[in-house]
Write a new protein. Structure first.
Length: 130
C-alpha cells in the first residue's frame, strides 16, 4: 500500500490523501491537480517544489480562520435559502410594509455577517422575523 497526496498545481494546497495498492492513481486526480507520494494534512502541509512541507504557524492560523469562515457562510447561506419563498414576489406583496422592512433588515443582516468585527469566531446572528 502506498499513500499519495493530491495537491492543487496552482498553489500546492492539499486536496486529500489516498492510500491505494494501485500503481497508477491518475484516475483519482482531478484536472488541475497532481499527486506526490507521501502523507500530508491540508491544515499542516503544502506542496512546494515537488515536496510536502510544513506550513508556518501563521499559515495554519489562516487555514483555521478560512475553515471557520466557510462553516459560518454555509449556515448563513442555508438561512438565506430557507426563507427564499417568503421573498418571492407573490408572497412579498402580501406582506405588510412593516413585515417587508423586517425581512429586508433580516436578510441584509445575514449578508453582513462576514463584515462583523468578530467574524468568524464571534458571530451575532440576526433574529428571524415571525
Amino acid at each position: 500500500m502506498k499513500t499519495y497526496t493530491i495537491y492543487k498545481n496552482s498553489d500546492g494546497s492539499i486536496l486529500r490523501c489516498i492510500t491505494t495498492t494501485a500503481d497508477n492513481i491518475a484516475v483519482n486526480v482531478p484536472s488541475g491537480y497532481s499527486s506526490i507520494e507521501g502523507s500530508s494534512h491540508p491544515k499542516k502541509h503544502v506542496v512546494t517544489s515537488g515536496s510536502i512541507v510544513s506550513k508556518s504557524d501563521s499559515d495554519i492560523t489562516a487555514y483555521d480562520t478560512l475553515k471557520a469562515s466557510n462553516i459560518v457562510r454555509v449556515e448563513r447561506d442555508r438561512l438565506l435559502s430557507v426563507d427564499i419563498d417568503t421573498l418571492n414576489p407573490i408572497r412579498w406583496n402580501a406582506l405588510s410594509s412593516t413585515k417587508q422592512t423586517e425581512w429586508t433588515t433580516y436578510r441584509q443582516a445575514l449578508l453582513d455577517i462576514p463584515d462583523q468585527s468578530g467574524f468568524p469566531d464571534s458571530v451575532t446572528w440576526p433574529t428571524k422575523p415571525t
